[in-house]
Structures are given as structure tokens and as C-alpha cells.
Design a protein around this ligand. Sequence first.
Ligand code: 9MR
Length: 749
Amino acid sequence: MVLFAGSAPAMGAASDGQEELLVNGTFAAGSDSWWTNAGMAPDTSGGELCVDVPDVADPWGAILGQNDIALQPGSEYVLTFTARADRPATIRPIVQPAEYAPGDPYLATDARLGVAPVTATYTFVTPDEELPVANQVQFQLGGEGAYEVCFDDVSLVGPPYAHVPDTGPSVKVNQLGYLPDGPKNATVVTAATTAQPWVLKSGSGQVLAGGDTTPRGNDPSSGETVHTVDFSAYTQEAHDVRLTVGGETSHPFDIDAQLYQGLRADAMRLFYTNRSGTAIDGSVAGSEYARPAGHLGVLPNQGDDAVPCQEPKEWMDDWTCDYRLDVTGGWYDAGDHGKYVVNGGIATYQLLSAYERTLYAGVVDPDALGDSTLHVPERGNGVPDILDEARWNLEFMLKMQVPAREPLAGMVHHKVHDVEWTGLPLLPSDDPKPRALHRPSTAATLNLAAVAAVGARLWEETDPQFARELLRASRRAYAAAEAHPDLFAPDEDGDDGGGAYADDEVRDEFYWAAAELFLTTGKVRYARDLKANPLHEADVFSDGFYWGSVAALGRMDLATVPSGLPDRDRVRRSVVEGADRLVALQSGEAFGQTFTPADGRYPWGSNSSMLNNQVVIATAFDLTGDPAYADSVLEGLDYLLGRNVLGTSYVTGYGTDDARNQHSRWYAHSLDPSLPNPPTGSVAGGPNSSIQDPISSAWLEGCLPQWCYVDDIRAWAVNEITINWNSALAWVASFVADVSAQRAVTERR
Ligand code: 9MR
């Protein structure tokens, strides 16, 4: 149906569940949210959007469009716009799946424009089948010679996409399963106020165990009334089992001592496939992950081999540099192509720490993290693969250090990334934007000092030369940070092309760096610095650790890595006490989470907050041998693997209903079917009360913490993959794999 002139609904006057789905259709915000091709430069100064259309052969040679429109299947929509041209011309209004998810258009028609403005209205119905996550409106303008066209009041009205999460069975379990001799707990969402009978059954329906639930009342993290089930008393191996409560049956799971052996290696897959500056070998990573090297300077890439410093900005206090650095290599941070020292640093550190733990924790199989245990190209080189992987980023971090004789020599650039944000999907090798080095920061400098110091002791035997290089860089960085203790990375530096990783509190970085330098060198001066730092005696565990708060890392290493630290016993006790507080909070959580934020809100990457607390609790196990700590870590993993209100396993490839559409420019399968999902073992950031991205803010408004998540690639605030979140998973997965191996041995005795 086509109606011209006068019948357009007023902008924003949608009713009866109808909503305006286009952003900035009146061009009040300039050309925001609209895109053009063919080098066209829209002009919105007159209140309309006017653009000179070039003389191109095809209609699609010149397009004005808007992306990321979510539509409901089988629903009626109305597209309206007012347009004029400086001479008669025919344009093609189209509504269709986004261009990277090709499919039939829902609407494709011609509109004849003249010098007088016409208002056109089209009604169409979407097909009655699942639609792609992203759709777009396009005005194809080409094939008509050169002319000028002006648009105003562009509107698409219809039912907004209504997000109704499929939360699966109300009996929430760890969808991977449980260890035979580990804790076995489930959570049931139910209105029942009294205890309910539960029964555990095998795949063939045989009853294995039974009992009564424990009512837990209202759970604040989900807003639901819940019961818990403890079936730990059942200790046999069993596969394909289910738990039934009140007529609802859980997803199937296994009870198996080998459960976590695969996750140990899978959690480290993401690092290789996130490597920058090298082609990803499909025979190592899996054929769907093969891709050309990114950011080596092969067009359209600009390359990280000679990156200049960023343009001057007001907050920089006159800082600039006139050198260029080769900062090739390293890992891409996340779903973007940026490389950030503080975040790459904590991720590198957690891999090194997972390895170092095996030297002192008395694990039954010290070779479980040895050579040829991971999916990396360095397999068989005689060096533990996890060290090979960590080295890939450590070498990049060394390249970020300011060269000698420059004013900030020894300091470390905070980050390198594109000068503007790019869209999705985009392979690293297809990124056309220039890259820039950002101002050095005290936080990045101390981060390198800490991580390189750890590396110096871990490579001492296998590569003494590399170890010396690391120690030199670490000491240089530490000295430079002492000379520039307050060069902070500001929030303002997170607007264009990359995240800020802002940090203006660096006592914790000083503490961490001094701790690692002390452990590696034994030098008294670092012990003095530790003692002088108020964090040495503070509670560094209650608020959790993450890239911006790292004192806990220093404290844990001082507790576990042998040294002559005078107050080492006190330090060891402090870690156990920190873990005790976390375990006490966990016992109050009906879903077994190891994270109870004081303000009741879940932060960005809450799944890593859970995992990092598990690292503290696991360290208490290593220090005491008390199995209750290992049980706490195991129960904490239940939440991540499906025992949560959404019934989602946040680890790709693990569990019945797993997250797999995490925000990424190249594991972007839901946008481009020829691209893969993230590798198996990738953990999603998870529920984030602040829902900053357009999808989660539109669909999850008012959510209670556990509900603040959607497995949609565009929902970057709740569903990204990131190296520092996977490093936390890798550490914990390695721990539980060791613990299960140890328990299996003890049982055989
Ligand atoms: O993980 C980071 C989180 O702690 C911050 O609050 C957030 C906003 O600055 O940024 C997160 O990190 C993102 C980074 O800025 C860019 N790459 C993707 C990271 C994960 O979302």
C-alpha cells in the first residue's frame, strides 16, 4: 500500500504497543545513527538531511541507511518519510535483514521524488519466522545521475521487539555436572513456601536419590522466591541424569570425576584466536577460526608496526611524542581490536599464575599444564604451552615501553587502538582505521613491572636471556613509575575507538609491582616498599580484584611463592581470612554465587568478579588444604554453568543452553553466518546492572542483577568476551581440574 501526501502519522505518536523504531528520524541530532556510502557527506544544517548523490551505475551504489533495527516476526510495520530532490528522481526505500545477514527484503519499492516534498507511507508485514538480530532501513539513491536529495521525518512504526528470555526449566543446575565427591547443589524457582520433594533420576528413569528442598525465601539477586536442593550425598558416577522438583525437570547433566579436564584447555583457546599480528592456523585453532594476520600493515589494515602517538587533547597536559613504535603482536582485548596494557597485563598474569601455582600447590600432575597441552602453534617446543601463550602478550607489553632518551623513558603506553570505533562484523585484517599510541600511564607502567617480574622468575630456567630482559624492563618500569607516580589514564580517553581503562588510584599497582619484584629478586628495597604501603595490612579481598584493583594479586603471591618476607605468616593468614569472608557470603547466596556486591548491583563483567573471588578461595585451599575451600570454588562454578535464574551457561560450548553470541567483531556468527561463534570455553561478561548498550538498555530496563543479561551480539555491556575474563576462567578451570585429579587419587588409595 502506498499513500502519498499528508497521511503520515506524527513522529513518535505511536500507540497500542506500537513504537518508533528509528533513531533520530527527524535529524535533530544531525546525521547520528545514519550511514551513507559512496563518500557522500550529508548536510543537516537546514533541519533536513540533504546529500549530493553522485552519478553511480547502480541504485545501491549510493545509500542512506540505518542499522540495528530489531523487528518482531509476523508483525505489521509502517515506514514513512518526507523527501524532495532538486530534479525528478526515483529512489528505492527498502527494509531488510542487515546486509551482513542476507535474506529477502520485507519491503522493497520505488518512490518517485520531485522538487516539491512528498510524504510516502508504506505498510508491510514481516515473515512469520525467526528474524535476524539486526535489520536495516535503506534508501538506495544511485543509478539516477547526479542530483541532490533531502529527507525529513523518517519513521518506522510497529511493535518493538519484545524480549522474553527462555529461562528453561525452573530447576537450575550446573548443566555440565558435578564431581562424584564434590558438592551438588541446585536452585529451584518456585512460589511454594514449604519444602518440596526432589528426586534424582538416571536417563532411563531409574531413581538414584531423593529428599526435600530447603525453602530460601526471596533471593535479592534475582527477585525470585527460591528453594535449594543439596544432593551431595549421592557420590556415584552417573551420566545424563536429571533432577525433578514439583513436576519440573532440570536439563540433563553428568556426575563425573573427569568433568573439568576439558575446560582447563578450552578456557585457554580464546587467547590464541585473539592473537594479533599473526595468521591464525586452522589446524591448531579449528578450521573456522583460521584468518589472516591482523594489523601487520597489509591493506586495508594500517598496521601496528609503526604507530604514532594520539592527537593532542585538552586532558593531556601538553604531552605528545614524535616517535613511532612497533607494537605488533599481543592479544586483542575483546570483541574490539584494541590492545590495552592493564587488561592484557592482568590476563597475562593470570595465565602465568595458573602455571606458577602448579609449582607450589602440590598438584598430582605437574605436567597437566606442560608442553603440548593447549591449542597453540608452539606445541612440542619443550616449553609449557601456557607460558608460550602468555609470552605472546608479554612481548607486546615490552614493546609498549617508552624508549630510552625520550622524556618518559621507561613508562608504558596505556593502550593502542583505532582512532575511531568500527562496526560489526569486521575481521582484524579488514580494519581500515589508523591506530594510535595513548599517553603512558603509571598504572600501565606498574602493571608491566609486575607481570614482567613474574615472567623473569618463570623463564629463568628455560630462557635465561628472556628472563633477564623481563627483569630489566620491570625494574626500569618500576623506577619510571616512582618518578611519575600520578600520570593517570582518564575517563575522557575512552570516547574514540577504544575503552578508557581509566585508573587514578595506583597504590595497588605499586603494591603488586613491589610484591612481584621482591619475590623475583629478594631485594630488601622492595620489601621496604611493601611495608610502607598501607595496602600491605589492609583487607584487599572484600571488594574483589580486577584490572583496576590489583593489590590482592600481590598479596596472594606473597602468600604462595616462597620468599623470606618477614611477615609471611601474617600474609598467608590474611588470604585465608579474606577467603573466609567470601565463603560466608556465598553461603547466603541461593544460587551459590561467589560474589555479593555491597550495593546489590552487578558490575560490568560480573562473571569475572565471581571467578576472581574463586581464585582467592582456591588460594586459601592451596594454603590450608581444607577441602571446604575447594568445594566452595566448585559450587561457585555451578552458577556460571547454568545454576542461575536465566538457566544460561555463560561458557560457550558447555551445558545445554550456553551463551554463544558474545559481542565480537570476528566471532560474529549471528551477524554473518560465514563467521564462527566464539571458541568453546569462552565466558561471557555476564549480568551488568548498568545495561549501557542500546540492546540491553532497551530490552532489560529495570532488571534485577541476574536478569541483566541477554545473549545478543550487540549487547556489548553484558555479553562481551574479554581476555581478562577468560584468564580468570582459565585459572579456576585449571584449579578444579587439579582438585578433581587429586580427589580421584585420594579415593583410589
Ligand atoms: O571490562 C571493562 C569494564 O571494567 C569497564 O567498566 C568498561 C568501561 O570502561 O570497559 C570494559 O572493558 C572493555 C574495554 O573498554 C574495551 N574492550 C572491551 C572491554 C570489555 O567490555
